[in-house]
Design a protein around this ligand. Sequence first.
Ligand SMILES: Cc1ncc(COP(=O)(O)O)c(C=O)c1O
Length: 389
Amino acid sequence: MKYAGFVDSLAASGTDAWAVHTRALQMKAQGEPVIVLSVGDPDFATPPGVIEACTRAMEAGATKYSGAGGIPVMLEAISMREEERLGVPVPQKNIVVTAGAQNALYVTMRCTLEAGDEVIILAPPYIMFEGVIRACGAVPVTVPLDAANGFAVDLEGLRQAITPQTKAVLLNSPHNPTGAVASPESVEAVLTICRENDLWLYSDEVYADLCYEQPYTSPYTMEGGPDRTVLIRSMSKSHAMSGWRVGWIVGPDQLCVHARNLLNSMQYGGSAFVQHAAAHALNNEGAAEAEMREAYRRRRDIFLQHLSGISGISILRPDAGIFCLMDLSALGVTGKKFSEDLLAAQQVSVLDGGAFDPSLEHHVRIAFCQPEDVLGEGAERIAAFVRGM
Ligand SMILES: Cc1ncc(COP(=O)(O)O)c(C=O)c1O
């Protein structure tokens, strides 16, 4: 049988990176004392109150078709949440509930891009960006972040990358994998570039609820922002709800109309009981959310403390999120070799940075999704491995 031409571009880049992670899980299943620092799936349980709210909703009959784009109780909770976070009005008509941020990215791009359009992504990018852009028939164009300057946006590089085919810029701040938070000035400059060139600004703010020192300033709050900015949001990390598949879009009226129509074709509405639980989480689980955020911050500090002063490696202190990057350039080893050898020698799995982008060939990504004592032990094993190199 024949398949559509675009399917060949769907296999996500970075698949090789997961080889070490997969091996680590196999070793662990065989009883080896493996410490898994390679995956960014929160280790916290979803707050019990969320599970209870889900059960209550199911018992109350929220088990039928729910309509595309979100049930009223969830739209209301998101509207309140975003207004509080952003400090600007976020009406319910400008919100569309999706199956996580990944689905939000696809729906947004499918509704705004034609085949052959270019989307500028800032490298190193989140592994799945390229796949979702290509799934929409568009082409990712990479502009490196300024690594020497804390992975800040290279505004000149961004300007130069714009061609007549450019349709959008995808900004991801707080950033996966570096944990860097873009300054309000650079966000404003990116928005200005988008306005000058009539581009969409997709703003992936999945980690905005996990900022440690400074809150993130979203382009949505800036003059001219709401007309062309599409916020991509998720409950996966902030509420330890990755498996519930809940996220949302905030965008212009007409985009939201198209997005709901597309979601009608794709899923004919999300799960109502999941949305009742998610709305409960947004409305009532602030304490649990803050506890997890504080735990991630402590884990970051512990990890960095254990590895400070180890010669050959350097770590950019992340301002947000659940990851950090370790620079191995001074050791002269690739992230791929380091991650393979580290797993073999010390039973610790980390992710090869080269899988995100060639610029990270000499980096590995570490996720803070383990309790403090396990993370500390993982850091000590990494230190021992580096000392022995
Ligand atoms: C930057 C970024 N965007 C989007 C996603 C997808 O999140 P979700 O689980 O909500 O689909 C992730 C997940 O790791 C991410 O890191």
